[in-house]
Design a protein around this ligand. Structure first.
Ligand code: MG
Length: 246
């Protein structure tokens, strides 16, 4: 069941329970703690977000070789034209929001059908592909951590509709020698539905910029030959840990 729907249902149940508990003459069971209704997944850009793309230009992006990013920007969107691009901003632990639109390419099949990708730290690809309607998405389908984890459910919208990824990324931890002590982890929501639940990444995916997982890295958008579009891309840097205060 989609995450948001589940939250709404549980909220309704909670409301019903509260109403029963408040009825006159009923047993004095404390009602459940009040909750704000309805639950909503907030994808609005927070005030402290680092804006990577707001529809105007590619000033916050470049090509991996250092040259200026050359994708087309028009009507508030960027369209893949030639080569991968990376954000100038790099990050460790972060909340990342990306909106994308997949073209309709009925003549193409499998990995050739509207392929792109969002690489966290330039190393871990969340696949972009036209996987709409596939009952059991695989490790190469849209939403997959490419080659490692298939999406838990197929949350894809049809091509030409705007979609979103919200990823909560925990970077790998390494010791002084660079040895990984804790692999990177991610939780991903596609269009508000949980498609990865805090999975431990097995290392950089195919096509990664490098394998220096202890270092911050950029957001990389992949050119795989299809004209996908992007808009509204931002991230929030997360603290590495909370305080020790009780
Ligand atoms: Mg790809």
């Amino acid at each position: 069941m989609p995450y948001v729907l589940m939250l709404m249902l549980s909220s309704l149940l909670s409301l019903a329970t509260s109403a029963r508990a408040a009825a006159p003459g009923s047993a004095q069971v404390p009602p459940p703690r009040e909750r704000t209704l309805p639950y909503r997944l907030v994808s609005a850009r927070p005030a402290d977000a680092v804006v990577l793309f707001d529809g105007k230009d590619l000033v916050n992006w470049r090509q991996p070789n250092g040259r200026p990013a050359a994708w087309q920007v028009k009507d508030g969107q960027m369209t893949i034209t030639r080569g991968n691009i990376i954000s100038k901003e790099t990050f460790g632990d972060a909340l990342i929001h990306v909106e994308f639109r997949i073209p309709y390419e009925p003549q193409a099949h499998g990995q050739e059908r509207a392929n792109s990708g969002v690489y966290l730290q330039g190393r871990y690809e969340i696949q972009l592909l036209d996987s709409y309607g596939i009952k059991i998405p695989g490790k190469g389908d849209c939403g997959a951590v490419y080659g490692q984890y298939a999406a838990l459910v197929n949350a894809c919208k049809p091509p030409l509709e705007w979609q979103s990824y919200d990823a909560i990324f925990r970077a790998a931890r390494v010791d002084e020698s660079g040895k990984v002590t804790e692999p990177a982890r991610i939780t991903v929501l596609q269009n508000g539905t949980v498609i990865h639940n805090n999975v431990e990444l097995l290392g950089p995916t195919a096509g990664a910029m490098d394998s220096d997982v202890g270092k911050p890295g950029p957001l990389l958008l992949q050119d795989h030959g299809s004209p996908l579009q992007f808009r509204n891309i931002w991230l929030v840097h997360l603290p590495l840990k909370g305080s020790d205060a009780y």
